[in-house]
Design a protein. Structure first.
Length: 378
């Protein structure tokens, strides 16, 4: 064979071998994924020392499903989850059922048909929630819950988070007694059936036993898509039955109750009645700072921080790391007096200026999470 023909055959054989190598994946199977020309590598490819289960994913996708909604606390919670997840390079989808049980469970069922890597379930309060979570974990998908039924403890691997509801109720009630005395005449705004409400009610009942001079004038409450409006109407009607001197204070076990009660008291000109609530939002802070506001104090955990911490715990689960079965987020007391001492209007952002440590925590934030956040800034 002539030399030029030999060279030609050698070149042809090498070309065929190169093509075969490019089309194979270690001697068989699917072709290895490659980045398109000009495509930026996935963040996970640029960060060292990531857990294998995170590093091998092109994109981590999580779903947040919350039963209650229509309030600023829900909006802040969902915003905190989304912000934290996206800072890690995750995709975060969310759904709020606005108190509609059927929509809540339907949203979980629909999300289960999609390729989510983890779920956060908020305010699931019934047996159907337990069955939902069993279906999710049965597919090997990790779950973190917030303010949901304690029956979820029976499912291995699920983390139940909550605000420290006992501390929240104690902060608010202790402030009420300090300012109104242990013989105060109070109205209790509360609704049964929700795990956090049940925990807060335990503290309320203990407080009554320890302070037998306190008189409960009335007790009522309803959870709905327009709780604050319905509460406003109910409190307005109640005030017509009880003239000045018959009510000293209102203990509102939820800020949606406190908002409605604040409006009703201001409209009725009954500023002798003071409100002690639980939870906080921008709308709540604005109401507490209005001239002549009856809202004297509220005990709270930053809802954005709750969303963020839930995402971190879920990220740890997706990474295959050990996580606790339960976690309570630390509460704080916010008083109208402290708000008045501020040099400017106080909102959820600058609240930390008067409440040290507000809205910040490094709970469950691992080194690899910090590295992912740093990489996603670029």
């Amino acid at each position: 064979m002539h030399k030029w023909k030999q060279n030609k055959w050698i070149i042809l054989v090498l070309a065929v071998m190169l093509i075969a190598t490019a089309c194979s994946n270690g001697g068989g199977g699917e072709a290895a994924p490659t980045a398109s020309e000009g495509e930026t590598p996935a963040v996970n490819e640029k960060v060292e020392n990531l857990p294998d289960k995170i590093a091998q994913k092109d994109k981590v996708k999580i779903m947040v499903v919350r039963k209650i909604g229509g309030d600023d606390h829900t909006a802040q919670f969902l915003a905190g989850a989304k912000q934290e997840g996206e800072s890690l390079g995750f995709t975060v989808d969310s759904f709020s059922a606005n108190g509609d049980t059927a929509k809540f469970h339907d949203a979980i069922a629909q999300a289960l048909e999609k390729d989510y890597d983890g779920f956060i379930i908020s305010h699931g309060d019934d047996a159907a929630t337990v069955e939902d979570v069993k279906k999710i974990t049965g597919k090997g998908i990790p779950v973190v819950t917030f303010d949901s039924t304690p029956d979820l403890e029976q499912i291995e691997g699920v983390t139940l988070t909550s605000q420290d509801d006992e501390a929240l109720a104690k902060f608010a009630l202790d402030q009420l007694i300090q300012e109104q005395g242990n013989d105060a005449k109070i109205v209790y705004l509360w609704v049964d059936g929700f795990p956090p409400m049940v925990r807060r009610n335990h503290v309320y009942q203990e407080t009554l036993q320890q302070n037998p001079g306190i008189k409960e004038v009335e007790r009522f409450g309803i959870a709905s898509a327009d709780t604050s409006v319905q509460t406003q109407n109910a409190v307005a009607a109640m005030l017509t039955k009880h003239p000045k001197g018959e009510i000293d204070a209102i203990f509102a076990a939820w800020d949606a109750f406190a908002i409605g009660a604040t409006r009703a008291i201001k409209e009725a000109g009954r500023d002798e009645i003071k409100i002690y609530g639980i939870d906080v939002s921008n709308a709540d802070l604005q109401a507490m700072q209005e001239e002549g506001s009856p809202w004297a104090a509220t005990a709270a955990v930053d809802p954005k921080m709750i969303g963020a911490v839930n995402v971190r715990i879920l990220a740890g689960k997706i990474a295959g790391e050990e996580t606790p079965q339960k976690y309570d987020l630390e509460a704080a007391l916010i008083t109208q007096d402290k708000l008045k001492q501020a040099s400017e209007a106080v909102n959820m952002v600058n609240l930390a200026d008067i409440i040290p440590g507000w809205g910040t925590t490094d709970a469950f934030e691992t080194d690899w999470m910090k590295a992912l956040k740093e990489a996603n800034k670029k």
